[in-house]
Design a binder for this molecule. Structure first.
Ligand code: SF4
Ligand code: F3S
Length: 103
């Protein structure tokens, strides 16, 4: 699953689709962790979609990632500022790709 200490262990390498990108990143195969308060490890996400379906405030939206070995789209935490820390997404993701830091 996603490293809950990604903010310490990875470098912030930029911004894309309105959220921080945490490296290393080598598109299209290696996409890193996306977002900070709500973080999705794009290299683990396999486009299950449960997070998009279940988030009560629609934090996530699909972004296309053609050429990535796990899936050709990912759940981007575009509206992470709206997150109410319910932790549903963390619970439903089958591959533990999501980390939410309450507070
Ligand atoms: Fe949405 Fe809840 Fe996940 Fe926040 S913790 S992104 S509100 S499902
Ligand atoms: Fe991806 Fe997990 Fe959501 S696999 S689409 S982050 S439920």
């Amino acid at each position: 699953g996603i490293d809950p200490n990604f903010e310490r262990n990875l470098e912030r390498t930029g911004e894309e689709h309105d959220v921080d990108v945490w490296g290393p990143v080598e598109p299209p195969e290696k996409l890193g962790v996306r977002g900070t308060h709500v973080a999705v490890d794009f290299d683990i996400c396999l486009a299950d979609g449960a997070c998009l379906e279940d988030c009560p405030v629609d934090v996530f939206e699909w972004v296309d990632t053609p050429g990535h070995p796990e899936s050709d789209r990912k759940a981007n935490p575009t509206d992470e500022d709206q997150c109410i820390d319910c932790m549903l997404c963390v619970d439903v993701c089958p591959v533990d790709a999501i980390d939410v830091d309450p507070g």
